[in-house]
Design a protein around this ligand. Sequence first.
Ligand SMILES: Cc1cc2nc3c(=O)[nH]c(=O)nc-3n(C[C@H](O)[C@H](O)[C@H](O)COP(=O)(O)OP(=O)(O)OC[C@H]3O[C@@H](n4cnc5c(N)ncnc54)[C@H](O)[C@@H]3O)c2cc1C
Length: 469
Amino acid sequence: VTPAPDVEALVDSLRLTVADPSRVSTGESIIALHAGDYGYDASRLPDVVVFPLSAEEVSAVLTCATTSRVPVVPYGAGTSGEGKTIPLQGGISLDLSRMDQIVTVHPDDFDVVVQPGVLRHALNRGLAEHGLFFPVDPGADASLGGMASTNASGTTFRQGSMRNNVLALQVVLADGTIMRTGARARKTTAGYDLTSLFVGAEGTLGVITELTLRVYGIPEHVIAARAAFPDLRAAARAAVAISNGVPSVSRLEILDGPTIAIFNDHYGTELTEAPTLFLELAGSRGMLDEDIELIVGLGEEYATTGIHFERDRTAQHQLWAARHNFGNALMVRHPGRSATATDVCVPLSVLPDAIVHARDILRERDLDAALLGHAGDGNFHFVFMLDAGDPEEIAAYKRFYREIVEYALERGGTSTAEHGVGVSKIEFLVREHGDLMPSMCAIKRALDPENILNPGKIIPAQMLEPTSA
Ligand SMILES: Cc1cc2nc3c(=O)[nH]c(=O)nc-3n(C[C@H](O)[C@H](O)[C@H](O)COP(=O)(O)OP(=O)(O)OC[C@H]3O[C@@H](n4cnc5c(N)ncnc54)[C@H](O)[C@@H]3O)c2cc1C
């Protein structure tokens, strides 16, 4: 990497800005690690990677970047897609991974204060000694700063997404201002809800340097279950009924027959190759006993071909680890291809028709994609393994996504439930919320007037040009 002359000057000033100049890196391998993501969007090298240790250092870096009009792309664990961490215009990749301290656990208040680089598994290890856990589970061992910035959710659905679980934030704005939003109190109506604004902003409005999160008591008992169904619609209808009617169900995933076949092949399991629900129930023993009865009854109502309950913790972990690693398994099976997932979400009652509609299109066009649905939320992913160099494959994927987005929007749904917009879903955002784009642009201009924070993500560049103001 040969930095441009102004970048050399920038690197010099950044090295004066952070306490240890070795945390400002132009090393080839570090730069390369911050260039791309899981999706098919073309990667681009940043000019420099900075590893701050404090909000003050983040502030100094952003002040420097705003003065020099250099783009800054916040970087957590790099597990997201849609091009969100790609430095489209080079500049600084601001890697928050070394801000990895659990600051304070408040067991009596059921909250925890963390730095943004704390990883999900590390947080849950730290909370376990207090009998607590943090529920949001995107499968990947993502950072809490990245999870907040994408409004992640995943396989757990009872406690909601990140937005439901972030109480307060410390954020550094593009001009270096350090500010706090929200409160540790459970309720606040003190002015505009800026906490929710920064959650899901994909690093385009500010850099999160501390989070206060809601945490929960580790449940007394957990049971996993699998239920197979004769067809996809029956499985999806059973999922809706279980989501609405069985209070202890904390995870509720749907996979279809072709997906279970890949699952069996990869993990050496012998699951029935039919549409299947993976469930987790959490609560007291009495509550679970009652809910098992409910699930058996609902399973029969939708003609289940078999329900298996698993009480052994190791076997439960193996099942969920296999489910969570399934995306990685697809990547291993298709080396050189990019994992790309649709992320439509619909009202629960629409879910059965929406999934069947999507699978029918795929079948008609002979397109290969695995179904991984967070059925408890009405959110489903079709995961494609795309050849990023094949425009026809990309076009077929986009055509399919466009169609299922239209289907969802006509029925009260959304184009993206948890993966966010990045670069590759901008067209869907504009389709879904065209009327909101002027307000979104106004917010972006107010908080980041030089457009240095993750430019080119969420808002199309041309909408921020002065002529369109
Ligand atoms: C196998 C696999 C399965 C997945 N399954 C799910 C799933 O079920 N549900 C789900 O929601 N996601 C899922 N994801 C996607 C991903 O894990 C989430 O998007 C996660 O929240 C990203 O966190 P991260 O730390 O990796 O963030 P990154 O990828 O590093 O960054 C994500 C975005 O946040 C911004 N950002 C990062 N840190 C900060 C910060 N401190 N301040 C401001 N902006 C910041 C970045 O600029 C970028 O725009 C999956 C990913 C993989 C690889």
